[in-house]
Structure formats: C-alpha cells, structure tokens
Design a protein around this ligand. Structure first.
Ligand code: THR
Ligand code: THR
Lengths: 158, 158
C-alpha cells in the first residue's frame, strides 16, 4: 500500500487539560468523562498512556476557551478519585499530517518528528489514527511547524 | 450534528512498547521513530502524554509478534537519549467505538468508559480520532468488552 500524504492541518482552537496521578483501576476514566459530558464540554483528543506504580495521567484537548471550565468541574473528581491535580493549559495548537496508508509506513512519523526537531520545535503530546499523525505543540510554533512540514513532505501548493 | 455509532472494532493483533522516562526536548521522538522505521516495523497507535519534571513516556502499538523486536532495536536509543527503560508487552487488544459526530458528543466517551467500568475492565491506554475512540485492554477481556459495548450502544445485529 503506497503512502499518500494529503496535507498538513493546523488547529489553533485548542487548549489542554491534564489530570495527573489518577489511579489505574476500572471506573476512573468513566468518572472523568461523565463529568465533562455533564458539563457539555466538547472534547477533541484524549490521551492516556500506561501507568507506572499504579498511577497515570489523563489528558484531553478542548476548544481554546474551555480548558478553565473543564478543570473547574473536575476539581471535585480529583478529590473523589484520589488524583494529584488537574491543570489547564492554553497557548497550544494541534498539528497533523493527514494521509492514507500511514499505518504501514513508520517512516512518515519519523519524518514528521525529525522535521519538527530540525526546526527546534518540542512535541508536547502525540496522538495518531489511521489517517492522521497529530502532535500538540506551542501555539507560537504552529505556523513555523506547518511550513517546515509542508516543505519536508513536498506539499507546497496544496 | 448527530452522533451515529457505526460499530465496535476489536483488534487482537496488538502488542505495546513503552519507552519510559524520555527527556522532553526536541529530537527525542524523532530518534525513537527513525529507529523503528529503519527496522521496518509497522506502528499502529502512538501515545505520548505531557511531561512531568521534564520527562515523559512514549508508547506505541505494533503487531502482536513485533514488540520484542521493537524493544530490542530501541535498547541503544534508550541509552543515547538517557531514557529509563524500554518494555514490550503482549496479551493486549485494541477496542474501538467507531462513529461520526463523536467530537461534539463527549457523552460517547463517557458511555464507553462507563460500560467498561461496569464490566470490571481496566483501561490501559486511550487514543481518539474524529471517528474513533480506542482503548487498549487485556486480550483476555476483549470479547467480553466488545459484547458489553455492543449492548450499551444498542448495536446488536451489526
Ligand atoms: C486510568 C484509567 O483509564 C483507568 N485504568 C480506568 O479504567 O478507568
Ligand atoms: C518527548 C518527545 O516528544 C520530545 N518532546 C520531542 O519533541 O521529541
């Protein structure tokens, strides 16, 4: 299957919320997202990695003005589930390389990350799907990053 | 936009690799995935959450027989970048709820996670896209989880 990179997408309407130190046991993620759903907050990306010593972090992104509200409604949940803290961060953007056939081409992710590194841009979070590799970066880096990725993948003109 | 849940997908051809304690600075993810690309290992999901005190973990999933090889080729990188360790884990499965309009319906994620909790299933990793919410769970839980999600979303017969 050939890789076809369709383009680069930049989403500046992003802010992130991280609940740090959640216990890794059934029911925790359910409480977090039930609280967010009840507050009618739309979620974009959700990221949870493996736990260490029984604890992990859950992060998710929301619209750029929603993170404060999300963190506020989660305060009581942080207490209930025995998590460490919840933090809201603005000033971020989501940068995605969009294409088909990426799953069978690990070189695409490597090239994207190498391009960001060569441009001096730090990757805050990574999330992938069959058709997209997305990273969370600083909002201030978004334009520079998109241009560098465009050039690296020969997308100019798209 | 209405939510349309199309179905539940179970992928049992999964194993995960975690590089724990990587420094959060430009170029690190590039080195990891360049090494994996050079070894011709196909990657499925990549997950990296925010760093704490300057370090974070990077996890990715591969075919169920590839994790050992991936961890082996990453050993030198772990040393080079000053990470703590790399581990390979088999016996996992990826369970996804597939649908459209999910981004604007945080209730879908909540319902999926609540169903898994009610079935006593622990969520190991979470990754999302516009059309999918995926969790990594124990392989032994996959069938039970898929049935419970089917019922909860009224998908029987699909
Ligand atoms: C951390 C969180 O995902 C937990 N493992 C759960 O199942 O809810
Ligand atoms: C952790 C890793 O993603 C690092 N921040 C990088 O940019 O490569």
């Amino acid at each position: 299957e050939d890789v076809v990179i369709r383009g680069v997408a930049v989403d500046k309407n992003q802010a992130k919320v991280t609940i740090a130190g959640v216990p890794d046991k059934p029911g925790i993620a359910a409480q977090v997202f039930k609280t967010i759903a009840d507050a009618n907050i739309n979620i974009d990306v959700i990221v949870q990695n493996v736990s260490e010593k029984g604890f992990t972090d859950i992060s998710f992104t929301v619209g750029s003005t929603e993170a404060g509200k999300a963190a506020k409604v989660l305060q009581p949940v942080v207490k209930n589930i025995g998590a460490r803290e919840v933090t809201a961060t603005e000033g971020i953007a989501k940068l995605s390389v969009v294409g088909i056939g990426m799953r069978s081409h690990p070189g695409v992710a490597a090239k994207m990350f190498e391009t960001l590194a060569a441009t001096g841009i730090n990757i805050g979070m990574i999330s992938t799907s069959e058709i997209k590799i997305s990273v969370i970066i600083a909002l201030a880096d978004a334009e520079k990053a998109a241009r560098a990725i465009h050039d690296a993948f020969g997308l100019s003109g798209k």
